[in-house]
Design a binder for this molecule. Structure first.
Ligand code: BES
Ligand code: ZN
Ligand code: MN
Length: 518
């Protein structure tokens, strides 16, 4: 059936290539004080306070730094940036405000992000980076600054365009005395995390004519080559045999068939794993319940949940975390077509529950139904965390600085929220009223995928997902429709794909770590 079209699509992907290696600012770590010439970046505390390394630079300029701070009324407030050119022996001195307190992890990453941005302006030269004072208990300060710088410097390679990146533009981290081993911490622990975020961002940014479900699978296999994971891919034939009616139903309007993929990383023996189950709609037109054309292009990010799940497991496998983590991603393209599902159709999910599809644009929950049920039965996880660009309503509820969080119990909600807070991925918990499950009942099937009136939209979507998780498994859900794509810059995130969730999941994996030797 329409094999010619499939061939043409495969050919196009081959011509356009894959998500290329994104450019990134190189970093190295050198013990000893900041260089006495060239370019340097310095932290400046509230009131223009300078630490020991910054004072040495100030002395080398005959006090020009102190005078510039006074003349510019530079307060040193967190995030303020002032660049001086050609002062004393220095080509450039970048002053970055760090505010009152020593910095926590997020503060250190943001410092790195701001400095990477400042480094990108002006001529290409290595920049020596003085690392700000870290709060008690925060380890790897220099490596965290490097992480922020790396994340901030991400850019998605334009399709078919090669950008020149000067090898002279790089960072030389100066951790300061008593902080050796930072280079090793970067390579072992934090660079893998940056790789996971970059992989997710590349997947999300890729246009959907390239990004088919099978393409997503191929990119994942390439990224995990040589790493200790087991990848399972279920094609449309196997999915039919297994009864994944939700995945097949959503995918049947596309010439590019759906896939279910699992990536299993085992770092902690026989512990029940954490399962990150992420929505992978490679493009969401809405299907027969078609979306308006304005802004529809952005729906190529409707697989950002799947990207975060896979990116987090990539980081876990690369750094060898002592925890068991799994990514499960249902991948489908939601298209209107002569073969597409219609409003009113009834589909049967993997666990036997029947679903009345009243709106084909509420498709994420339908493919995640199969993914949750299949993940629970196959891997017996301790916890399933769904992550999905599930509803526009989530943004209406929490704005675009939070992901909406749902959980089956308070302890699980706290666990997920705390992990997010620690890494700068903020969540806000929303409720599911018991009546919502009643509202989801259907006259012709077990449940329906939307409720008339539609409110509270984010909670209805969440409740639907929860119905496919047996009560022997803990469950949480992150609706990342508000946060997965940025229209303005943040310190460690350029405009576009955020890779939201990779850091949160990475932190959850760390918190689940088993003592070494067990
Ligand atoms: N992918 C969308 C949700 C979305 C909307 C993500 C805007 C990012 C930005 C999802 O599949 C969808 O279409 N949801 C519908 C649900 C409705 C039909 C119940 C929505 O939010 O309108
Ligand atoms: Zn969608
Ligand atoms: Mn939709």
């Amino acid at each position: 059936m329409r094999a010619w079209l499939l061939g043409a699509v495969a050919g196009l992907a081959a011509v356009l290539g894959t998500a290329g290696a994104a450019s990134a600012l190189p970093v190295s770590f050198v013990d000893g004080p900041a260089a006495s010439a060239g370019a340097v970046a310095l932290p400046v505390g509230s009131g223009g306070r300078l630490g020991a390394q910054a004072q040495a630079v100030d002395r080398a300029t005959g006090g020009a730094v102190t005078r510039a701070i006074a003349a510019a009324a530079f307060s040193g407030s967190n995030g303020a940036v002032l660049t001086l050119y050609g002062v004393g022996p220095y080509s450039r001195i970048i002053l970055i405000g760090t505010g009152a307190a020593p910095l926590d992890r997020v503060g250190l990453e943001d410092y790195g992000g701001r400095l990477a941005r400042a480094v990108g302006e002006g001529r290409a030269e290595p920049v020596d980076v003085v690392v700000p004072e870290a709060a008690d208990g925060v380890r790897d300060a220099a490596a965290l600054v490097a992480l922020g710088a790396r994340l901030s410097s991400y850019s998605f390679p334009a399709v078919g365009v090669t950008r020149e990146v000067s090898p002279d533009r790089r960072l030389v981290m100066r951790p300061g005395s008593g902080a050796s081993g930072q280079g090793e911490a970067w390579t072992r622990r934090w660079q893998p995390l940056a790789d996971g975020v970059f992989f997710a961002r590349n997947l999300i940014s890729t246009p959907s004519n390239i990004k088919s479900p099978q393409w997503f699978v191929d990119e994942t296999r390439k990224a995990f080559e040589g790493l200790p994971v087991t990848i399972t891919v279920i094609d449309e034939v196997e999915a039919a045999r297994l009864g994944m009616g939700g995945l097949l139903g959503v995918g049947q309007g596309s010439v590019r068939p759906p896939r279910m993929m699992a990536i299993v990383y085992n770092g902690a023996g026989s512990e029940r794993p954490l399962a990150f189950v992420g929505k992978g709609v490679t493009f969401d037109t809405g299907g027969i319940s078609i979306k308006p054309s304005d802004g529809m292009w952005r729906m190529r990010y409707d697989m950002a949940g799947a990207a975060a799940s896979v990116g987090a497991v990539l980081s876990a496998a690369k750094r060898g975390v002592r925890a068991n983590v799994i990514a499960v991603v249902p991948l489908a393209e939601n298209m209107p077509d002569g073969n597409a599902i219609r409003p009113g159709d009834v589909l049967t999910a993997f666990d036997g529950q029947t679903m009345e599809i009243l709106n084909t644009d509420a498709e994420g929950r339908v493919i995640l139904a199969d993914a949750n049920a299949w993940a629970a039965r196959t891997f017996s996880p301790a916890l399933i965390v769904n992550i999905a660009t599930l509803t526009g309503a989530a943004r209406g509820a929490v704005g675009d600085d939070y992901a909406a969080l749902f959980a089956r119990n308070d302890a699980t909600a706290s666990l997920v929220a705390a992990a997010g807070a620690a890494v700068g991925e903020a969540t806000w918990r929303l409720p599911i009223h018991p009546s919502t499950y009643d509202d989801l009942r259907s006259d012709v099937a077990d449940i329906r995928n939307v409720v008339e009136g539609g409110a509270p939209g984010a909670s209805i979507g969440a409740a639907f997902l929860e119905l496919f998780v047996p009560d022997t498994v803990e469950w949480a859900h992150l609706d990342i429709a508000p946060v997965a794509w940025r229209t303005s810059r943040a310190p460690t995130v350029p405009v576009g794909a955020v890779g939201w969730g990779v850091r949160l999941f990475d932190e959850l994996a760390t918190r689940a770590e088993q003592p070494s030797g067990s």
